[in-house]
Design a protein around this ligand. Structure first.
Ligand code: GDP
Ligand code: IMO
Ligand code: MG
Length: 429
């Protein structure tokens, strides 16, 4: 029995999709515990590139059952568009299962996301505009709509009507928008009911029974630690808990069952959207990482902000997620750059911080303290063992391991499924 949680260690886009795709071949279930169609995972299989937004990357694994867990927020239109797109390319999404307790994104959540961002002006979060924040806000305010509500028309009508009673006041009086007719929303949800129904299961029960039977379950977190609503750079975060604890809540799998907590971390750092980012680069190296790393958001097409590896962030993520292993991705991007800076601590107005500052103002003012290491010149994209890597690449990884408080078990040397070095296999730990 293995219950592995895959978590982004930085600000997202670390390569969680690729990591899940590799492990997905060895597990029975891949469950997405949080987020919605704000995610964007690129997976390259046999030279074919797939871009997933709402579905877990496990949908591309041959045998694993992909599951949208109770902690996910589902945009039904986006869900069926994505399934149709995959099936048109010959992929098989028919095994997909959905928790009856997952919440659904209503069209009014998307409207609210956009008007709220506009209203914030310069203070905008830079959300993906998919209605994620307003949907989670309704869930916590106990006025959300769940998947199971769609199969009981009278409950659905009651819930939509009471949610819109308040929202229409806000839309009309605060944002100068037209009121939304509840019947239109009820019809929107009902139009998906027949197609949705066969996919809906008691996911929390099924996943636990699978573990009881000795099967393997992988939880594929969306977003990342520094975007976590509790542990991230609040308020510049998403509205869910993409950390390991959140994966338990969002899948119904208890923390004592987790066998590995695998942190996915880039050999440098990127961020999309607004918010502090101490190692961000505004020079030719930022541009180098952006272009060589192909750092463009899958979801919104925005260029990702780029910077050097931040081991303060890595240590913090290792701590709050209890990482047992790290998967360092995109090491190949650093080939031939001369010297590689690694942020080891921050300087805040003359004070040194070896750990994440608690005060948001300190974090906003944090200046990275760097040490540098020489880069390797050799092409590493064909390396398949740690020993095949040039000595300087091995030294860089050894230093990252020392600084990050967790062993490195996987190294990515290219986007392909096979372009991975396995040092310790989490399926065997
Ligand atoms: P996710 O959101 O964490 O799944 O990550 P994204 O898919 O948004 O972004 C990661 C990008 O890096 C994708 O384009 C991957 O194909 C690519 N990628 C993943 N691992 C590696 C690697 O080791 N080397 C290179 N060059 N690209 C990688
Ligand atoms: P994956 O799973 C990178 C960012 C947005 C914005 C903030 C809030 O591909 O790593 P939201 O729409 O969630 O309310 O936006 O979070 N964000 C991501 N950044 N990768 C993601 O997902 C992200 N999902 C949300 O850019 O700054
Ligand atoms: Mg992504």
């Amino acid at each position: 029995m293995a219950a592995i949680v895959v978590v982004g260690a930085q600000w997202g886009d670390e390569g969680k999709g690729k990591a899940t795709d590799i492990l997905g071949c060895q597990v029975d279930y891949v469950v997405k515990p949080n987020g919605g169609n704000n995610a964007g995972h690129t997976v390259v299989v046999g030279g074919e590139k797939y871009e997933l937004k709402l579905l877990p990357a496990g949908v591309l694994s041959e045998n694993a059952v992909p599951v949208l867990g109770n902690g996910v927020v589902i945009n039904l239109e986006a869900l069926f568009d994505e399934i149709d797109g995959l099936e048109a390319r010959g992929a098989n999404a028919s095994r997909l299962r959905i928790s009856a307790n997952a919440h659904v994104v209503a069209p009014y959540h998307q409207v609210l996301d956009r008007v709220q961002e506009r209203f914030l002006g310069k203070r905008a979060i830079g959300t993906t505009g998919r209605g994620i924040g307003p949907t989670y806000a309704d869930k916590v305010s106990r006025v959300g709509i769940r998947v199971q509500d769609i199969f009981d028309e009278s409950i659905l009508r009651q819930k939509v009507t009471s949610a819109l009673d308040v929202k229409n006041q806000i839309l009309v009086k605060m944002y100068n928008r037209k009121a939304i007719d509840p019947e239109q929303i009820v019809d929107y949800f009902l139009s998906y009911a027949d197609r949705l129904e066969p996919m809906v299961i008691e996911a929390e029960l099924e996943l636990n029974r699978a573990l009881d039977e000795g099967k393997h379950v992988l939880m594929e977190g969306g977003q990342a630690t520094m975007l976590d609503v509790d542990h991230g750079t609040y308020p510049f975060v998403t509205s869910s808990n993409p950390t390991a604890g959140g994966a338990c809540v969002g899948s119904g799998i208890g923390p004592t069952r987790i066998t590995s907590s695998l942190g996915i971390i880039k050999a440098y750092t990127t961020r999309v959207g607004a918010g502090p980012f101490p190692t961000e680069l505004f020079d030719k190296w930022g541009e180098f990482l952006q272009t060589t790393g192909g750092e463009v958001g899958v979801n919104t097409g925005r260029k990702r902000r780029c910077g050097w590896y931040d081991s303060v962030v890595a240590r913090y993520a290792s701590r709050v997620n209890g990482f047992t292993d790290l998967f360092v991705t995109k090491l190949d991007v650093l080939t031939g750059i001369g010297e590689i800076p690694i942020c080891v601590a921050y300087d805040v107005d003359g004070r040194r911080f070896d750990e994440m500052p608690t005060s948001q103002s300190d974090f906003h003012h944090a200046e990275p303290i760097y040490e540098t290491m020489p880069a390797w010149e050799e092409d590493i994209t064909g390396c398949r063992t740690f020993g095949e890597l040039p000595q300087r690449a091995q030294d860089y990884l050894n230093r990252l391991e020392e600084l990050s408080g967790c062993r490195i078990s996987y190294v990515g040397v290219g986007p392909g499924r096979d372009q991975t070095i396995v040092i310790n296999d989490v399926m065997e730990s």
